[in-house]
Write a protein that binds this ligand. Structure first.
Ligand code: ZN
Length: 100
């Protein structure tokens, strides 16, 4: 099923230009118990609803970004750069401050 993915740098593009990178999860601290690392490496939440995911624009700007996607209806709600505060609504593509 094709849909448009709004890249924060390039704007809306066909989803086939992207690679899905999995759901975002918090990396354990160094020295965390092996069970914590095992959970981090092998278990996913697989949320039925809005979930944060990594996406890579492989046929465009070749950058990783985050998306909030509703997995129940496969609808992308917002996209944003790692470290940025997720917007409450999807805004038009803006210039990446790291390009300056
Ligand atoms: Zn892009």
């Amino acid at each position: 099923m094709s849909f448009l993915m709004p890249c924060p740098h390039c704007g809306p593009r066909d989803v086939y230009e992207f690679r899905w990178g999995g759901e975002q999860s918090q990396r354990p601290a160094p020295g965390a118990p092996p069970e914590t690392w095992g959970d981090y490496l092998y278990f996913r939440t697989n949320e039925a609803g809005e979930q944060r995911e990594w996406w890579f624009h492989r046929a465009g700007c070749r950058r990783w970004f985050l998306a909030v996607r509703d997995t129940r209806v496969n609808e992308v709600k917002r996209t944003f750069w790692p470290g940025a505060t997720p917007p409450t609504q999807q805004a038009p593509a803006v210039e990446d401050p790291s390009d300056v």
